[in-house]
Design a binder for this molecule. Structure first.
Ligand SMILES: Cc1cc2nc3c(=O)[nH]c(=O)nc-3n(C[C@H](O)[C@H](O)[C@H](O)COP(=O)(O)OP(=O)(O)OC[C@H]3O[C@@H](n4cnc5c(N)ncnc54)[C@H](O)[C@@H]3O)c2cc1C
Length: 457
């Protein structure tokens, strides 16, 4: 693990220094938010942030260089700090960029903002903050604290560790005919055609990139239901409180309740968005109130509908997508793709149209996988190791690690760790809505508070 603040550090670091030492594994949005909240909360805590990418703060979501890949949350709601809601807007103004609360800013700009959050500690107080390049391969927990191992053989000791490893991405087979959405799109000939698997926000990104590159061949996007994310519009959330919410009710009851709330919003002259946005602060609590069987029911029947209403696209992205559909450039199809093969530079996909039993063949020049984040926790070698050693356990639905309400990782024997916590999408099985910054920053704030108050040990 290369120590950028202290290149001469020995291979066993972190001993004989005052103040608790927190190791954060993963320097994407979650890791940076956790570090910023901890550093700002307590002048004695020391933080080491380990990340293999060159730049911190980017992770998966904010490493896109495409300026038309926009945030799907308004600038006003993207501050790193819930108690300083104008922090991001002020940063934009300080950079000489338009600082408009309702604007949907480029994700690449947001990545710069996240990286900047830690610059004050990186430059002025290196004794408190170290950024290290590397991959954490193993974490152990003993009476003395956390022992972490890295891909270069070094070892690091810490009092606490926070898993901020994000979205586990499955490694595509080397002979795959489908380009992962996170890879750059190759140059395409004028007579080329593109098949995109998925019709969600990742598909929107891919289509915008193709349009910006001047591609004007046919684009076909296909998913089981062919559902396109809805777009943002001004929203005034309905006023609801915990007493209005049927916590722990069956998913069918919850869906009926939400539909009734949307109708109420429409009757009052608003839109369904006012109902969705009213429920949003309670989603984690609702999810935690559901037994595994109801959570599984939601994943089977409700998730796709939830996602397209909850994770909305900016109106400017919608306008370009609808225009591409209207002029026949982009076609959305409903169906299940069974197989994609590449032969002699051409893609052949077999798919079964929705509610049809006869398979159809589609031909294209390029196929892109935009089916979103479909990795399993065990796709991360570190998480797989933690599960193997019983330091963590899988949640009953196998969608993530089992995490306690306060973010502590739960061991195989059912006891919560006092030293190892998780933040962001890696804790999604426990909270469901924990992928967007407005949710992660709250988790970062409470995690920092626990460390600062010394309540973790
Ligand atoms: C395409 C996309 C667009 C999004 N747009 C928005 C948006 O507009 N607004 C919003 O609020 N939210 C958005 N989100 C959601 C949210 O902001 C992301 O989910 C967020 O980036 C999660 O950050 P993360 O750090 O947990 O995960 P990641 O971004 O996946 O980062 C995890 C980091 O951990 C590192 N890592 C992993 N394993 C190890 C290891 N063993 N050792 C060291 N490092 C390791 C990885 O290299 C990576 O950099 C978007 C998400 C995606 C995927």
């Amino acid at each position: 693990m290369k120590d950028t603040a202290n290149p001469d550090a020995s291979s066993v670091q972190g001993q004989d220094r005052p103040g608790p030492h927190v190791l954060i594994v993963g320097g994407g949005a979650s890791g940076v938010l956790a570090a910023a909240h901890i550093l700002r909360g307590d002048p004695a805590v020391r933080v080491t942030l380990v990340e293999p990418r060159e730049r911190i703060g980017l992770g998966l979501a904010y490493s896109t260089p495409d300026r038309n890949h926009l945030l799907n949350v308004r600038a006003a709601n993207m501050s790193a700090f819930p108690d300083d809601p104008n922090h991001f807007l002020s940063w934009l103004a300080a950079q000489g960029l338009p600082s408009l609360p309702d604007r949907f800013v480029s994700r690449s700009v947001y990545g710069r903002y996240l990286a900047d959050l830690l610059s004050i500690w990186a430059s002025a107080r290196p004794a408190r903050f170290r950024r290290a390049h590397g991959i954490c391969t193993e974490l152990g927990e003993g009476p003395q604290g956390i022992v972490a191992q890295f891909d270069d053989g070094t070892v690091q000791l810490a009092d606490y560790a926070i898993l901020a490893t994000g979205h586990s991405l499955p490694v595509p087979p080397s002979d795959s005919a489908v380009l992962p959405a996170w890879d750059p799109i190759p140059d395409l000939a004028p007579d080329a055609s593109v098949l995109i698997l998925g019709t969600g926000l990742t598909m929107v990104d891919q289509v915008l990139t193709l349009l910006d590159a001047g591609f004007d061949g046919p684009i076909t996007a296909i998913s089981r239901r062919g559902l396109l994310p809805r777009a943002h519009r001004p929203s005034v959330p309905l006023k609801i409180g915990p007493q209005d919410i049927p916590f722990a009710a069956p998913v069918s009851t919850l869906c009926g309740w939400l539909r009734a709330l949307a109708r109420k919003a429409e009757q009052q002259g608003g839109t369904w968005r006012d109902a969705m946005d009213a429920v949003r602060p309670y989603v984690r609590r609702i999810w935690r109130s559901l037994p595994p069987v109801e959570r599984a029911r939601f994943l089977r029947h409700g998730q796709r509908w939830w996602d397209i209403h909850r994770h909305r696209m900016p109106p400017e992205s919608e306008a370009r997508i609808l225009a591409a559909m209207a002029d026949g450039h982009l076609t959305l199809m409903k169906g299940e793709v069974r197989e994609v093969v590449a032969t002699s530079g051409r893609i052949t996909a077999r798919y079964r149209p929705f509610r049809d039993s006869i398979e159809v063949v589609l031909k294209a020049t390029l196929a892109i996988d935009a089916r979103g984040l479909r990795g399993r926790p065990t796709d991360s070698p570190l998480l797989a190791r933690l599960l193997d050693k019983g330091i963590a356990r899988m949640d009953p639905l196998c969608i993530g690690l089992d995490i306690a309400q306060d973010g502590s990782v739960i061991r195989a024997d059912g006891t919560p760790s006092s030293r190892l916590s998780a933040i962001g999408p890696v804790s999604r099985a426990a909270f469901w809505e924990i992928t967007a910054v407005p949710d992660i920053r709250e988790q970062a704030a409470s995690l920092a508070e626990r460390i600062v108050m010394g309540r973790m040990a």
